[in-house]
Each structure stands twice: as structure tokens, then as C-alpha cells.
Design a protein around this ligand. Structure first.
Ligand SMILES: Cc1cc2nc3c(=O)[nH]c(=O)nc-3n(C[C@H](O)[C@H](O)[C@H](O)COP(=O)(O)O)c2cc1C
Length: 227
């Protein structure tokens, strides 16, 4: 698969088949993603791949925690601003309601909304759960590097016929995750990711949120005529 096809075909999958993924395939994906760029080539990302017992234990523990009082669990970093504003709030709402309407969840249906949110914590049934960590002393540049690495994993997965979903939903539960993975508490959890084979029957996977045109975020400073 060429890179443009991988970029345009990748989408976040939220219903997976339970079919096991060979460890060699996951290793091939990481082997390709390791060529991601990083400032001064420091390659700061740390990756934990979970399958089987450890994956299942994290799923059980975090699902239970997520059903309890949510203020008991706080993320280590603010992925989102505390106060939303346009144009981001509009895009965020369009994404959320687009997904929920695909699932038949109407506004105010808190029971089904929470049930869908909880689906994050079984990796949407994907048999592979991946967690990305960083050394806490590293700075914003390394977060940028790790983002590029994560996108490389997503694209390599696409190239190898696997589906994926990056997941910030795990962030409040970093303590539980670290204890299961025996990761030192001071390590920073950057993101989680579900990895596996897409369930072709699940309509939720047909949801493809739109994108703004490149001209909306690009300012040209060029002698050539704009495209
Ligand atoms: C860092 C990151 C974290 C995300 N966290 C979640 C998540 O916790 N749960 C979820 O369902 N989708 C999550 N997403 C998926 C986004 O909603 C998705 O990328 C966006 O709507 C664009 O859709 P697409 O990936 O299908 O192109 C996350 C995406 C990124 C990049």
C-alpha cells in the first residue's frame, strides 16, 4: 500500500473482531514505525504491547474504575483545553454527534453515551492494546516526536491490513495501567491504542468524520499561482 492510500484510508475503528493478531505482525508494524523522525534522533517513545492476560487484566480493572467516581482518576496532562471555543468546539461536537448518531444514541441518552465511552476500556474488543509512554523529564518536542511515532504506527498498521484507534480515554487511569505493566509511576502515559482486525459488519466503523479543506489552514507565500 502506498503512503497516500494509507493516509486517506486509515480511520479510527471502534468495533474489532476478536481474532488474535500474530505477535510477528505487531513486531513488523513497530519495526516500520521506528523509522519515524525525532529531533536529534533521540527516539524518546516507549511502547508497551498487551495481549491476553495482561490486556484482559487492564480491561477489567479500568472498566471497573471508570464505572466508579470519575474524579478519583485524573490525567497526567491536559490533552484538551478546559474551556472550549470556536472553531474547535464546533468540530468537536460535529465529531461526537456524528459518531453517536451512527450508533443511534440521541442527545440526553446518558446511559448509552456512557456505555459507548466504556467501550474504550475493552479496546473496542480489539485483542491488542498498546500504550505509549515518555520519560517525564523530556519536553514538548518529545511529545511532538511521539505523536509522529504514533501516526507511524497507525499507518504501518493500515499497510499491514490491521485497524486501529488511538485512545486518549485511558489517560485518567494511568496509575492502574502502569501498575499492571510495571511501569514506574513517574513515566508519562501519552496515549493508548486499540489494534486488531476491523469488524466489517459494525456500522460504527462506517463513520468517517470529514476534514476541513487544506486551503482553510494554509497560507501561501509563493510566487506561483495558488492551486
Ligand atoms: C491522540 C488521539 C486520541 C484519541 N482518543 C480517542 C478515544 O479515546 N476514543 C475514541 O473513540 N477515539 C479517539 N480518537 C480518535 C479521534 O476521534 C479520530 O481520530 C478523529 O475523530 C478523526 O477520525 P479518524 O481517525 O477516523 O480519521 C483519538 C485520536 C487521537 C489522535
Amino acid at each position: 500500500m502506498d503512503v497516500i492510500t494509507a493516509l486517506t484510508h486509515r480511520g479510527s475503528t471502534r468495533a474489532f473482531l476478536r481474532d488474535a493478531v500474530p505477535k510477528t505482525l505487531i513486531a513488523s508494524i513497530l519495526d516500520a514505525a521506528r523509522f519515524a523522525p525525532s529531533g536529534s534522533n533521540i527516539q524518546p517513545w516507549e511502547v508497551h504491547v498487551t495481549q491476553g492476560t495482561v490486556r484482559d487484566a487492564i480491561v477489567t480493572a479500568v472498566t471497573e474504575a471508570a464505572r466508579g467516581p470519575t474524579d478519583a482518576h485524573t490525567p497526567e496532562y491536559a490533552y484538551y483545553p478546559t474551556t472550549w471555543y470556536e472553531p474547535y468546539i464546533g468540530r468537536r461536537r460535529a465529531c461526537g454527534w456524528g459518531l453517536y448518531s451512527r450508533l443511534g444514541i440521541i442527545k440526553g441518552d446518558h446511559v448509552r453515551s456512557q456505555a459507548q465511552e466504556l467501550r474504550n476500556f475493552c479496546f473496542f474488543d480489539a485483542p491488542v492494546g498498546v500504550f505509549f509512554f515518555l520519560d517525564p523529564a523530556l519536553t514538548v518536542g518529545s511529545w511532538l516526536d511521539t505523536g509522529m511515532f504514533i501516526q507511524s504506527v497507525l499507518l504501518a498498521a493500515e499497510g499491514h491490513g490491521l485497524a486501529s484507534c488511538p485512545q486518549a480515554a485511558w489517560l485518567p487511569f494511568h496509575r492502574i495501567i502502569k501498575s499492571h505493566l510495571e511501569v514506574p509511576l513517574e513515566r508519562r502515559l501519552v496515549c493508548g491504542m486499540a489494534l486488531g482486525y476491523k469488524d466489517p459488519q459494525a456500522s460504527v466503523n462506517d463513520y468517517r468524520p470529514g476534514r476541513i479543506d487544506a486551503q482553510a489552514f494554509t497560507t501561501w507565500h509563493t510566487d506561483a499561482a495558488p492551486p
